[in-house]
Write a protein that binds this ligand. Structure first.
Ligand SMILES: [Zn+2]
Length: 342
């Protein structure tokens, strides 16, 4: 039985390659429902259509709301650079070196007015945000934001991104954490540069490095396979574990740089559960964490005691984060404006 709609709601949607996760939140940001849908292909029109279907179905089945309805707003997050003020996705693509989607290439070459397109299809006011920035908003509501108004988040997925919250405001800057150079003559990065964090620490990089190590002429099929090799009792296990330590060290180096630049006391690293789970007894997770926590020796002395937390990304975290962005910008900002003018 659906609840009688009262107040305002947001549907947060995380757009991932070939799937989306949708979360319904109330005006306080509390999560009420979670669903997943496949996306048939990653053409803009298909993604817009599938997001619109997800919004309409979730609104109808969970709230008995038929669109358009002014009580419902939409927040989207996506793993690419965005202009949040204008609701534009500036670029979104898999990468040619990434074997994961080689048969199903996608590449949005022009900026896409995604917020406007979803609003046109659903009638709902819509915001769009970069995934790392959205995770900073999640952390502001439910994580270190409860202890400090200023912190940074690192988000490890196929690549590496992040976001910075300063004095409780999400910094509207391109925070290209993954493209901080940590090894001048290091591996080539998808950015065309060498030695970036992204060239060591994302799923894409680890699968590629692991493939090189095993001598196969291809990327390892999954990060889980790499983690499995770490558990064996041969030379490969040792070398594979070193790859996870190297990934952690690259992230730790970037953390040291960000701490020094912004004078932060807190940072949070989100990553794939199998790779970062702090409760894991597996070698890969321990090696990764060991690398990350080498950051103090590389940072400005004042910030060596900064608190760094490592958290696994939950299935609904990204969509929840997108819902919070929508509530903050479209519902609570709206309420504040009404109060100010009344
Ligand atoms: Zn790069």
């Amino acid at each position: 039985m659906a609840a009688e709609p009262a107040g305002e709601y947001a549907i947060g949607i995380e757009i991932l390659p070939y799937q989306l996760v949708a979360v319904l939140v109330d005006h306080t940001g509390r999560r009420l429902d979670t669903r997943r849908w496949p996306i048939a292909d990653m053409e803009v029109a298909t993604v817009v259509e599938q997001v619109s279907v997800a919004v309409a179905e979730l609104a109808e089945t969970a709230l008995e709301i038929r669109l358009p309805d002014a009580r419902l707003v939409v927040g989207l997050q996506i793993g690419g650079p965005v202009n949040a003020a204008d609701g534009l996705v500036l670029a979104y693509a898999n990468h040619p070196t990434d074997s994961m989607y080689a048969e199903r290439d996608y590449h949005w070459r022009e900026p896409v007015p995604l917020a406007d397109l979803i609003r046109a299809h659903t009638g709902c006011r819509t915001v769009v945000e970069n995934d790392g920035a959205a995770f900073a908003t999640l952390e502001q509501h439910y994580g270190v934001g409860r202890q400090t108004p200023s912190f940074a988040v690192v988000l490890i997925r196929d690549g590496v991104g992040g976001g910075i919250m300063m004095d409780n405001r999400l910094m509207m800057i391109p925070f290209e954490f993954g493209h901080i150079k940590v090894r001048p003559e290091g591996r080539w990065c998808v950015s065309g540069d060498r030695g970036c964090i992204d060239a060591y620490a994302g799923r894409r990089a680890i699968r590629a490095i692991a493939g090189e190590m095993t001598g196969a002429d291809a990327d390892l099929e999954s990060i889980e396979a790499a983690i499995g090799i770490c558990e064996r009792s041969d030379g490969d296990a040792e070398r594979m574990t070193a790859i996870f330590r190297q990934a952690g060290e690259a992230v730790g180096h970037g953390i040291a740089t960000v701490l020094s630049l912004f004078g932060l006391t807190h940072m949070v690293v989100y990553g794939p559960r199998e790779m970062v789970d702090p409760a894991s007894e597996r070698r890969a997770a321990k090696a990764f964490a060991g690398g990350v926590f080498g950051f103090p020796s590389l940072t400005y002395p004042l910030y060596r005691s900064a608190h760094v937390a490592i958290r696994p990304v939950g299935v609904a975290d990204g969509a929840h984060a997108a819902g919070l962005v929508a509530i903050d910008r479209l519902v609570n900002a709206h309420t504040t404006r009404l109060e100010a003018t009344s």
